[in-house]
Design a protein around this ligand. Structure first.
Ligand code: G
Ligand code: MN
Length: 387
């Protein structure tokens, strides 16, 4: 497996059929996993209590505790540990409870070697990424917001919305120093709401996040449609935007250039309250958009964003980037995260790079796509980046 994973990933196999247990164990061992096998749910729980595992593969139909019951007990102890359920007799019932209790995957027998190995590989990679994220949170601490006066907010917000514009910041390809993309960022000339954070905060208080999102997306699409066709456009979404029908509208200005658009979904706020997240993201892909997880390493420790979003890109938060050249712990985290993301087929963007020292260390650590004041400030279209 990859750099940054010194130990073999550990898999707990649970199946009452001995022949299958042996076959699965052989396949997974050959693929580089350390496998512990057991024949029933109760033994599985004992093994879990004794050691650390990166994934569980369990049969559904077993005497005693069945696979979905095992999943439920595991979920009470660990929100993230991926459980892959295997069944020979799929029923709507068990599929439904599997999804309810957060099964990572539901595989039907007979299962090919490739299906098994790929599912387990993906599951253990995700789980390790979760561990790295928790480590990053501990290293970096958390951030907090700020309040503002409510009086006259509505009128101020309307003025802001009318004059809102988008700045574009370049994302540079390290290999040839060319422009890979631009990220569209909210800008306001309204003195009472001068920062994007203040605009978002006002919109949230007024229940107008959907209008703000729509305005931002429409105004990002305009200048970009006329730009160089090879550039991608990164656009930030608030979790609330995912509940707004206009985001899924194929006639919206942004949808006209959907194949060049990457929608950034932030890790800063929880996605737990978004109903049918997976379905919504599938609908966005259906329009043609790609997905990025934004601010990776900041604020949120869960894995929901990865399991449900299946992102194409991740953006490392600038708190991991700041002074990375003198911070060994950050270097180790960035190296491991980057290697793991590459293994998972994701492109990594490092953001908030301000100095050549940060830039050089990040390139050395495996980051191919770079963004930050060092290369270009967010500006009215389209600043040519410097290296
Ligand atoms: O959450 P998100 O990653 O989308 O936020 C990006 C924000 O970071 C924007 O407001 C942008 O202006 C700011 N930004 C972009 N590059 C840099 C940088 O190099 N340093 C700092 N401090 N901020 C940056
Ligand atoms: Mn962003």
């Amino acid at each position: 497996m990859s750099v940054g994973q010194p130990n073999k990933p550990r898999v707990l196999l649970v199946d009452d059929e001995e022949a299958l247990l042996r076959a699965f164990s052989r396949m997974l061992t050959a693929a580089g996993f350390e496998v512990t096998s057991c024949a029933d749910g109760a033994t599985a729980l004992t093994k879990l209590a004794e050691g650390r595992f990166d994934a569980i593969v369990s049969d559904v139909n077993m005497p005693g505790m069945n696979g979905t019951e095992l999943l439920r007990v595991v979920r009470n102890q660990d929100q993230d540990l991926p459980v892959i359920l295997v069944t020979g007799a799929p029923s709507i019932d068990s599929a439904a409870s599997a999804v309810n209790f957060g099964a990572f995957k539901y595989l039907m027998k007979p299962i090919s070697r490739d299906d098994l190995v790929q599912s387990v590989e993906r599951a253990t990679q995700l789980y390790r990424l979760g561990a790295l994220k928790r480590e990053a949170l501990q290293v970096l601490g958390t951030s907090s917001g700020e309040g503002s006066d409510r009086a006259g907010l509505e009128a101020t917000f309307e003025r802001t919305l009318a004059s809102l514009w988008m700045a574009f910041q370049p994302i540079v390809r390290a290999s040839d120093r060319s422009v890979f993309a631009y990220e569209a960022l909210l800008r306001s000339d309204e003195p009472a709401l001068p920062h994007p954070g203040a605009v978002l905060d006002a919109a949230e208080r007024l229940g107008a996040l959907d209008r703000l999102g729509r305005t931002a997306r429409d105004r990002a699409a305009g200048p970009f449609a006329a730009g160089e066709p090879s550039w991608l456009l990164f656009v930030n979404l608030h979790p609330k935007d995912l509940e707004d029908d206009s985001l899924f509208d194929r006639h919206a200005p942004l949808a006209q250039i959907a194949s060049r658009v990457v929608l950034e979904i932030t890790e800063r706020s929880s996605l737990e309250n978004v109903g049918d997240l997976r379905g919504r993201v599938l609908a966005l892909r259906d329009v043609g958009y790609r997905i990025a997880v934004d601010d990776l390493g900041a604020g949120y420790a869960g894995l929901a964003s990865f399991v449900h979003l299946e992102p194409d890109f991740v953006k490392l938060d600038m708190s991991l980037v700041r002074d990375v050249h003198v911070h060994m712990t950050k270097q180790k985290l960035v190296r491991s995260m980057t290697a793991l993301c590459k293994d998972m087929g994701l492109l990594v963007v490092a953001e908030g790079i301000e100095t050549p020292e940060e830039r050089d260390v990040l390139v050395e650590l495996g980051c191919d796509l770079l963004q930050g004041y060092r290369f270009g400030r967010p500006s009215k279209p389209f600043v040519t980046p410097v290296w």
